[in-house]
Design a protein around this ligand. Structure first.
Ligand code: ATP
Ligand code: MG
Length: 740
């Protein structure tokens, strides 16, 4: 019961509700109860959540301790906390703001006993999980050619995301099902024995724990009087169930989302949750928002036109008061290098003209695309930062160092043992390790215990025995030496004593140097961590977990969102990780069939629609300037790919677009370029081929030259090939043969 249920609040809350439009204000000040805000990109959904939390605390008198806010990424969570604090002008440490995984983890750390976990349970990141599955498959003597381990991981996570344990899977004659069920079963046993918890397990375990413990559930239902969820369209089944369970039958959830931005269907997200919410959450009111505050009209019109092609969607209007802005620019590069060079040149121009590097994002469909972009930016001396992708904490040298730290904290962490024992090389080979694994299996021991036993009882002999004994001693000595040190000094000491620095120092050239730098970066990450614990420890329920353990958990949960360099920088990330963010300038690169829409997804209509939503997400990140680039030839995974321009470019209204060429912009919009007639073109003095000339190409077959640009080495021609349509080609590289 609120004290002022019948009276208006006496406090001044104008700062919370000014700067909102009517619909937003209605959402922010809605009576306590269930509410769903469904609205298009940039309409202020996240803003509404932030203001709602401030409203709850200041106007409704809800205790910060009773508010739970869930967002999709750690970055978004940190931003949300900052924005709430700015609105409230008091620190709100008691507030729980986090990702589903982060919050589930926190609950499990506090209630490990109720959850049936050992107190020092360890989080498996994606890479650890894959290794463990491989180990399981080796033990089961399964052929990893026939049964790819990644597929097995997919199988396991898919079932966990739907809340299914091995025991819930039906017996099946199907060999695929049977095989994967066996892997899942062994994997589950291994995890349970070792106290290992993968990402999907965090959520499932947390759900089961709350379900199975009435007292605990009642406690948290009482405690969290208000729950707020951002990016609701991307919740999976478990997350939905979890929200339902915590809510109980009291209306207290405000969820915001946009079905047009549901992009994690491939990972179990269910658009249906939005419909289900309305049915299953009592008295849920729907509040639409329609005004977009982020993008120019050109960008918004393009996004609206694109998404209108999708079949299944909730009807929505999205408009802006802003002007049209500049056209969307399309650049056809001849290869990925050229694409990167183009983006880099534009970025340099923008920065030279006073644009902030932070306000520029370069987006791509797949992480493999980033390397070429990184190199071009490096050459141009433009600072940049990469999110996700090859994550800092997933780099081999970092994982090695973390394995040592983990062993110092818990000798029985087998995964860490496997990793550290022969890195750097100590002459402990696969055969020795296999002996230890067998001993461990037979005696239900950790590898550490097995190592001791093997040395002690002489199972291992000679050099192998000495090497293992030496390793065990090393870890014990390191542990004794660092027991009293603060976290970052501990990290430094462990890394030094592990021999990793010396090991990488011997590596020739840039690579070794980069690794050493990364290890130093890990030490500053530890220092930074001590300064700003994500979940402060003053929470009374927080058990005394050592800082080291907390750091290692955080690292595993961090999912690559760490920013390794500070200062203004161009932001590189996948389209998926750009969700919820906004930038004045956005480059969407690799707009090619097969890459985007991705080959695997575009075969099925649902897959194609999800790719189109991803494209909608990308376009709507842009506030003022949007560039779409594609390459005629792209080297990916060691092979040359010749792909047509993405259908998503063709799906945009031509009048919103202008083509960019090496020598400035072409005034004619795309549509004119598409309808060609060879008579229209004149010959160009720089190009030895005449416009209208018939040519043959080794891969594309016969075609007609449409136009040319550039000169010398850089001359490029556009050819219409009968078989594959239009291509831009480098004359010096393409080996075109002139036909009569
Ligand atoms: P997405 O769907 O991409 O997550 P969103 O709906 O969450 O977008 P926000 O990020 O909350 O949108 O808002 C988009 C931008 O518009 C932000 O810069 C926000 O500050 C601004 N904005 C939202 N509402 C208003 C308003 N009433 N007045 C001024 N600016 C606003
Ligand atoms: Mg948002």
């Amino acid at each position: 019961m609120q004290l002022w249920a019948s009276q208006p609040p006496a406090l001044d809350v104008t700062h919370i509700i000014s700067g909102l439009n009517d619909a937003q204000r209605q959402a922010v000040t809605a009576p306590l109860g269930n509410a769903l805000v469904v609205a298009g990109a940039g309409s202020g959904k996240t803003r509404v959540l932030v203001h709602r939390i401030a409203w709850l605390i200041e106007a409704e008198g809800v205790s910060p301790y009773g508010v739970l806010a869930v967002t999709f990424t750690n970055k978004a969570a940190a931003e949300m906390r900052q924005r709430i604090e700015a609105l409230l002008s008091v620190p709100v440490t008691a507030l729980w703001v986090g990702t589903f995984h982060g919050i589930a983890h926190r609950l499990l750390r506090q209630h490990w006993q109720e959850a049936g976990l050992p107190q020092n349970f360890q989080i498996l990141d994606a890479d650890d999980q894959l290794r463990l599955v491989k180990r399981v498959m080796r033990a089961l003597d399964m052929d990893d050619k026939r049964w790819p381990p990644r597929q097995a991981v997919w199988f396991i996570n898919g079932h966990k995301d739907e809340g299914r344990r091995v025991r819930d899977l039906a017996d099946d004659d199907d060999l695929f099902q049977q095989t994967h069920k066996r892997i899942y079963a062994s994997y589950e046993t291994l995890c349970n024995e070792g106290g290992l918890v993968d990402f999907a397990e965090l959520l499932l375990r947390c759900l089961e724990c709350l379900r199975g413990d009435e007292g605990l559930l009642a406690h948290y239902r009482r405690r969290f009087g208000q729950i707020l969820v951002d990016e609701f369209q991307d919740t999976n089944r478990i997350q939905y169930e979890w929200l339902k369970l915590l809510a109980g039958d009291i209306g207290k959830i405000m969820a915001v989302g946009d079905d047009d931005q549901s992009i994690y269907g491939w990972r179990g997200a269910r658009i249906e949750n939005t419909q289900a919410f309305l049915k299953e959450f009592d008295g849920a009111v729907v509040i639409p928002l329609e005004q977009n505050y982020r993008s120019t009209a050109n960008i918004l019109d393009a996004a609206n036109a694109l998404i209108a092609r999708n079949g299944m969607r909730l009807p929505k209007t999205l408009w802006t008061e802003g002007g049209p802005g500049v056209p969307i620019k399309v650049y056809s590069a001849y290869n990925d290098q050229d694409e990167a060079r183009f983006a880099t040149e534009q970025i340099k121009d923008l920065i030279d003209n006073g644009g902030a590097a932070n306000g520029i994002a370069v987006l791509y469909r797949s992480n493999a695309q980033s390397r070429v972009l990184e190199e071009a930016l490096l050459r141009a001396d433009i600072p940049f930062r990469i999110y996700g992708g090859f994550r800092f904490f997933e780099r081999a040298e970092i994982k090695d160092a973390l394995a040592y730290m983990r062993l110092v904290q818990n000798r029985h962490a087998d995964i860490a043992f496997e990793r550290a024992v022969n890195t750097p090389s100590r002459g402990i080979g696969e055969k020795t390790l296999e002996t230890l694994r067998a001993l461990a299996r037979a005696g239900a021991l950790s590898l550490w215990q097995a190592g001791k036993k093997a040395v002690h009882e002489g199972t291992l002999k000679g050099r192998a025995a000495a090497a293992v004994a030496e390793f065990l001693k090393l870890i014990d000595e390191i542990a004794a030496g660092v027991a009293e040190l603060p976290l970052h000094e501990l990290a430094a000491a462990v890394i030094e004593a592990s021999g990793l620095i010396a090991h990488h120092g011997r590596e020739p050239g840039e690579r070794g140097l980069a690794r050493k730098e990364n290890l130093e970066e890990l030490i500053s990450a530890a220092r930074q961590f001590s300064g700003e614990l994500v979940f402060p420890l003053q929470d009374a329920e927080q058990p005394a977990v050592s800082e080291l353990e907390e750091f290692l958990d955080q690292v595993a949960l961090d999912a690559g969102e760490r920013e390794s360099k500070t200062g203004p920088a161009v932001q590189l990330m996948t389209l998926h990780s750009a969700k919820g963010l906004e930038f004045p300038t956005v480059f969407m690169t690799g707009m090619e069939e097969g890459l985007f829409p991705h080959r695997q997804s575009s075969e099925k209509p649902e897959g194609l629609e999800e790719e189109r939503r991803l494209c909608y997400v990308g376009i709507t990140r842009a506030m003022r300037r949007l560039y779409l680039t594609h390459a005629e030839v792209r080297r990916l995974h060691g092979a040359d790919n010749y792909n047509r321009r993405s259908r998503f470019i063709e799906e945009l209204p031509p009048h919103l677009i202008s083509e960019v060429r090496l020598h400035g912009e072409v005034e004619r919009p795309l549509a004119a370029l598409r309808s060609r007639s060879s008579g229209l073109f004149e010959s160009s003095p720089a190009c030895p081929l005449n416009i209208g000339q018939r040519v043959a190409h080794g891969t594309f077959g016969e075609g007609v030259v449409l136009q040319s640009e550039g000169n010398g080495e850089r001359t490029r021609v556009q050819v219409h090939f009968a078989a594959v349509g239009e291509k831009w080609l480098m004359l010096s590289a393409a080996k075109l043969e002139a036909l009569d």
